[in-house]
Design a protein around this ligand. Structure first.
Ligand code: GLN
Length: 486
């Protein structure tokens, strides 16, 4: 039998239910494993072992009283852009280095009610801006499959921690690919829900019309279990949808037959690593062998997705990040030198280079004289990108493509060239522009032993269908049982 720390959520919950293992024992094992692996990986910014053990004890008591649940007493961890009451929440930025969250995000509140044990806060790119976790003000995270490689980003700490067995599941956030791309780089499953599926209350905002919180775990079923807890209407987030939340974990066995898969021709050409293309196409052939109809499609406006995203997302970021003014949150410098100097010095030293670049880009895109040419134009292209998907969904139920054009790149390889870094998200951004649910799951390894991700994109609020298709593929392939040796 698998060591407890590598078991899927549902299985470890069974061990706990049967009394073969207590949450305190499980949490202690996981904490030891973190201690042993963390010097190599650096996925955590803050560890909370004492409160984790208290939560584990409380979960054991709840279980002793007869309570059950897949998350009850199970250790998880959270990307450090999500507020956790009483725990430092930094967004991987100097400007929030000592910020202690005064309340829990809605997703955290729901997970607490479900009895999850919180191990701590996970590293990411500063304010979730990046694709490699190298923009963290507190140093990068290393890919557990190869320590010379990035784990992807921005939820790189979340992906690395899950892949390394440091937690059973993690929360990430995805604005342009930040759950899916690191999931692909680290060989795990990551789900970006439909815009509005999960409450953003208590999420440190990057680009509010894109941001979504979602689960990252080693199996599709584990993601389903977490998603059904965190999803749903929240009166504290006006953009959260009232749609009922299916029990995703109960819908995983939906048959594949009758499903139609679309392959966008744009996603298999130039710039895509041959091994990535081959692995994704062979996954598609497997679906075909199971009776899934495969059609070719085109997303003609996807070539504008990256520039469109970098106008709209930075515009929103420039507004969202205005609140870090040295008055309300975190860092404050040069208070005695006058208000404007205080603002300037606080922001100059509190924000990193990429965050400043985006504030400048976004401010420019919104400025008088350029607003129509850039911001407004980008909004129109955003609509065209969405319509491409609507057209594809008249002939298919799910769009399949690579999650990222390449496997995990080397640390430092793209830090000098922001455009190259931005292109890591060329296949993930369109789903954010269109607000669609999308997930990444492992579909093989390249010659260097680095994981490859298959991306599936669905119609709004059709997470259940995506998860079922991904689960069927996962059941028939060996990828989920392979773990990095650390
Ligand atoms: N890598 C993209 C960016 O840098 C996406 C980030 C994200 O999804 N948070 O903006």
């Amino acid at each position: 039998m698998l060591e407890p720390i590598w078991q899927p959520l549902a299985q470890v919950a069974k061990e706990l239910d049967a009394g073969r293992l207590s949450s305190v024992e499980l949490t202690t094992q996981v904490l030891h494993h973190i201690e042993a692996t963390e010097p190599k990986i650096h996925s955590f910014l803050t560890l909370t072992p004492e409160t984790a053990l208290e939560e584990a004890r409380a979960a054991d008591e709840r279980r002793a009283r007869g309570e059950r649940g897949p998350l009850l007493g199970v250790p998880i961890a959270v990307k450090d852009v999500i507020l956790t009451k009483g725990v430092r929440t930094t967004a991987a930025s100097r400007i929030l280095e000592n910020f202690v969250a005064p309340y829990d995000a809605t997703v955290i509140r729901r997970l607490r009610e479900a009895g999850a044990v919180f191990l701590g806060k996970l590293n990411c790119d500063e304010f979730a801006m990046g694709s490699s976790t190298e923009n963290s003000a507190f140093g990068p995270t290393y890919n557990p499959w190869n320590l010379q490689r990035v784990p992807g980003g921005s939820s790189g700490g979340s992906a690395a921690a899950v892949a390394a067995g440091q937690c059973f599941a993690a929360l990430g956030t995805d604005t342009g690919g930040s759950i899916r791309q690191p999931a692909a780089c680290c060989g795990i499953v990551g789900v970006k829900p439909s815009y509005g599926r999960v409450s953003r209350y208590g999420l440190i905002a990057y680009a509010s019309s894109f941001d979504q919180i979602g689960p990252m775990a080693r199996t599709v079923a584990d993601c389903a279990l977490v998603l059904e807890i965190i999803a749903g209407r929240d009166p504290r987030d006006a953009t959260s949808a009232a749609q009922p939340v299916p029990r995703y974990s109960a819908e995983l066995e939906r048959p594949l037959r009758g499903l139609r898969l679309a392959l966008p021709q744009e996603c298999f050409g130039e710039g895509v690593q041959a091994e990535v293309r081959d692995a994704v196409l062979s996954a598609v052939r497997w679906f075909e062998s199971q009776g899934v109809a495969v059609v070719e499609t085109s997303l003609p406006h996807s070539r504008y997705a990256v520039p469109t995203y970098y106008l709209v997302a930075t515009a929103e970021a420039s507004s969202n990040l205005a609140r870090y003014d040295g008055v309300r949150f975190g860092l404050r410098l040069a208070e005695e030198a006058g208000l404007l100097t205080m603002y300037g010095r606080t922001r100059a030293s509190g924000f990193g280079a990429e965050v400043k670049r985006r504030i400048m880009l976004g401010t420019y895109a919104l400025s008088a004289g350029y607003y129509d040419a850039y911001y407004l134009k980008a909004l129109k292209v955003r609509t065209l990108v969405r319509r491409d998907f609507e057209a594809a969904f008249t002939r298919a139920d799910v769009v399949a493509m690579p999650t990222a054009p390449t496997t995990a790149f080397r640390l430092g390889e793209k830090t000098g060239d922001p455009l190259q870094m931005y292109l890591s998200d060329i296949f993930t951004i369109a789903a954010n522009l269109a607000g669609l649910p999308a997930l990444s799951l492992p579909c093989g390894f390249d010659q260097e032993g680095l994981p490859i991700g298959l991306q599936l994109v669905g119609r709004p609020f059709q997470e259940a269908q995506l998860l079922a298709a991904a689960h069927a593929y996962e059941q028939a392939h060996p990828w989920k049982s392979q773990h990095p040796s650390l």
